[in-house]
Design a protein around this ligand. Structure first.
Ligand SMILES: O=C(O)CCC(=O)C(=O)O
Length: 260
């Protein structure tokens, strides 16, 4: 499996769509393990590992992180297809610490604020890619990801605290120039979109009556990446502040995972 053909679009736009990335048999195995994890593991996890739009309604689960606590998902970080795509895009060996899961449950108001993942990660050089695999058909109605093409080439923009659980920081000056360059990404189950850590992205709420918008993602960091300890400490303090403000108990320390 060679994904080198995707590198030039990725370098130009800061994101690239890979159609039919995961074969059906693999997608089914992943879906079965997600069902098992949801039924058997999630009930025992601390609040910081499973976020709900409304904690009183379990059907509003919107985000899971630190999924590497489970052996299947810990081993999944070594999946050859995912590692090969990450290596081709980042341009060097890259590894992932843990998968994550995102949903926009129908009937909830859960937008993803515009942000750059590397504002959270604080990595230099920014050789970091997120691969986001669609588990459902995703489109504008149910809140697909939207990318500002080329924004990865223009540095990190100012962010500040948001009230959105799971995305503690959002870009403060997102404006019409960004909207004009924004591309909504429609995917089928098994398709993936990969984005650079500096690419601005966001998503609208799910406006459909009954369709979930689930995605499974892994962040791959290149071997040359180093963390800016000062910037990361600042981000972590903001994150703790948000979680305390929302009354969450934090049993698992964040590894600067995507979207926290
Ligand atoms: O699924 C979403 O709405 C957000 C995902 C995201 O921000 C990311 O994968 O970097």
């Amino acid at each position: 499996m060679n994904f080198d053909r995707h590198k030039s679009n990725y370098d130009r736009d800061g994101f690239v769509i890979v159609r039919q990335f995961l074969p059906t048999i693999e997608l089914n195995a992943l879906a079965r393990n997600l069902d098992r994890y949801l039924g058997e593991v999630v009930p025992s996890l601390p609040d910081s590992a499973a976020f709900y739009v409304d904690r009183a309604r379990r059907e509003t689960l919107k985000q899971m992180q630190h999924m590497g606590v489970d052996p299947f998902f810990r081993d999944y970080t070594k999946h050859p297809l995912w590692c090969a795509l990450a290596r081709a895009l980042v341009g060097e060996e890259a590894s992932s610490e843990s998968p994550e899961w995102f949903n926009k449950p129908p009937g909830t108001n859960s937008p993803t604020p515009p942000h750059q993942d590397n504002y959270y990660f604080c990595l230099t050089p920014p050789h970091v890619v997120t691969i986001w695999l669609a588990l459902d058909p995703v489109d504008e109605e149910n809140g697909c990801l939207r990318y500002v093409a080329g924004s990865h080439l223009r540095g990190i923009r100012p962010h500040e605290r948001t009230n959105v659980l799971g995305f503690s920081q959002g870009i403060t000056d997102f404006g019409p120039d960004d909207s004009a360059r924004e591309a909504p990404v429609h995917l089928r189950p098994g398709d993936a979109v990969a984005h650079h850590g500096n690419t601005i992205h966001r998503a609208e709420p799910n406006r459909s009556a009954a369709r979930h918008r689930r995605g499974f993602a892994m962040v791959f960091k290149g071997i040359s990446c180093r963390r800016d300890a000062e910037a990361y400490a600042r981000y972590q303090a903001d994150l703790d502040h948000q979680h305390k403000g929302l009354g969450l108990q934090t049993g698992v320390k964040s590894q600067g995972s995507l979207g926290t």
